[in-house]
Design a protein around this ligand. Structure first.
Ligand code: PXG
Length: 452
């Protein structure tokens, strides 16, 4: 493809498009990168560069790019029934079959799904549903949802509020009332002199303190990602989830495990809740549900909650595209592929252990303070001083590294100075070798820039 074609698209972007999570002025000064096609774990840009996509798009292309079966499932469903809705006592086969398929892979006792168009809509549904639930149970004052600082639950009003991204909160007075936050279990960044185990207990105990401070009679739910994704692949210390589980057992509040990233095999189990042995009441899902081929989300709901909802009259909530038949057909086919090709098992027994052992080799690099990972998730902390965990004063080291990644044909995401990967679950061992080789190249180039 010619450079002039790229310039043409960049001009269209500048003249007509407002992209998400973007500094418009900064982007317009240099022009956007145009991705034109993809296959397997690779992308190609408009200049013909081949790029290893170590982020699976945005943590979503679990079965990899170019799966014809998903294309066929969509085309077939479009011919048969391109749209109908699930409102007002109607339904269609793909949504019903998908709800059953999800119930089969979800943790025990979670047998119903409310469909949405995205992960953000799933979390808006969570807020609506938990408040409705407590009202039905005669406790309408139980409204407050406790989230965590630096958690990510989407970008709608409820999503941004449940999340704990302070920069997002700063743009327009969020969180909305009725949402509170506790600290994240980010030992490397915030653990100070405590051991990871001590720190895990300390931040988990904040949940109990918060419940007592607000009053149990006012708390509806606690929401958390099993592993924080957008926050920087924050893997809690081993002490964290058992301690949280103990607290949840003592108080009558709902637990929401946001599985938008961890779900559908990312950790080597079907859900992050399986990986940590959690028993959530609600699980928002999206991304890997369709491997990103088409937008879809949902909330998987525990039987006890459903029993209560059944007694509550009409739930005044839903979206035009809740359970869209084409999206449902694609999701069903995606789940069939994950199951029949035993992709989740392969991640658990073969490719994740391989990725994680090779990822640990990167801890030796002079720039890397910590290399951590679970399943098909990995993070590297870039630091000035490995011993003291001191960061670089200039906050752009992660972005610098990211630029080197693009130059070397690799998509790796920077969250501040934390570099993260979340490759397609189908990545093969030789592609993992290529990934590690490229990450090393980029770390070397970054080190040259900042360490001299
Ligand atoms: N929950 C979690 C845990 C997520 O990661 C959402 C909800 C919202 O889903 P939708 O489909 O509404 O985007 C997400 C989304 C990033 C990045 O930069 C992460 C997400 C979205 C966009 C960018 O890491 N996660």
């Amino acid at each position: 493809m010619s450079d002039s074609q790229t310039l043409h698209w960049q001009a269209l972007g500048r003249d007509h498009h407002l992209p998400p999570f973007t500094d418009y002025k900064a982007l317009n000064a240099k022009g956007t990168r145009i991705i034109t096609r993809a296959s397997g774990v690779y992308l190609w840009d408009s200049e013909g560069h081949k790029i290893l996509d170590a982020m699976a798009g945005l943590w979503c292309v679990n079965v990899g790019y170019g799966r014809e079966e998903l294309v066929e499932a969509a085309a077939q469903q479009m011919r048969e029934l391109p749209y109908y809705n699930l409102f007002f006592q109607t339904a269609h086969p793909p949504a019903l079959a998908l709800a059953k398929a999800i119930a089969e892979i979800a943790p025990a006792g979670m047998n119903h799904v409310f469909f949405t168009g995205s992960g953000s809509e799933a979390n808006d549904t969570v807020l609506r549903m938990v408040r409705h639930y407590w009202a039905i149970k005669g406790q309408p004052s139980k409204k407050v949802v406790i989230g965590r600082w630096n958690g990510y639950h989407g970008s709608t009003v409820a999503g941004a509020s449940l999340g704990g991204m302070k920069a997002m909160h700063g743009q327009g007075d969020f969180p909305i009332p009725g949402i509170e936050h506790i600290d994240q279990p980010y030992w490397y960044g915030e653990g100070g002199e405590l051991s990871p185990e001590e720190f895990g207990v300390r931040v988990a105990d904040q949940l109990e303190q918060k419940i007592l401070e607000i009053g149990e009679d006012k708390v509806a739910a606690f929401i958390a990602e099993p592993i924080q994704g957008a926050g920087g692949v924050i893997i809690p210390p081993d002490s964290y989830w058992p301690r949280i589980k103990g607290i949840l057992a003592r108080y009558d509040i709902l637990f929401v495990a946001d599985e938008v990233i961890c779900g559908f095999g990312r950790t080597g189990e079907w859900f992050g809740s399986d990986y940590y042995g959690l028993a959530p009441d609600l699980m928002p899902i999206a991304k890997g549900l369709t491997s990103g081929y088409i937008p879809m989300g949902g909330v998987v709901v525990r039987d006890e909650v459903v029993h209560t909802l059944n007694e509550g009259g009409e739930f005044y909530h839903g979206f035009t595209y809740s359970g869209h038949p084409v999206a449902a057909a694609v999701a069903l086919e995606n789940i069939r592929i994950l199951r029949e090709e035993k992709i989740v098992e392969r991640v658990k027994t073969k490719t994740a252990p391989y990725l994680q052992s090779r990822w640990q080799e990167l801890a030796e690099h002079p720039l890397v303070g910590e290399a951590r990972g679970v399943g098909m998730l990995g993070a590297l902390e870039l630091v000035k001083n490995k011993k003291t965990r001191e960061r670089f004063a200039d906050p752009g080291v992660g972005m610098l590294c990211r630029e080197h990644c693009f130059r070397n044909g690799l998509v790796m995401r920077a969250v501040g100075d934390t570099m993260i990967v979340s490759p397609p679950l189908v990545i093969a061992e030789d592609e993992i070798d290529e990934l590690i080789g490229k990450v090393r190249l980029c770390l070397d180039a970054t080190a040259k820039d900042v360490l001299g």
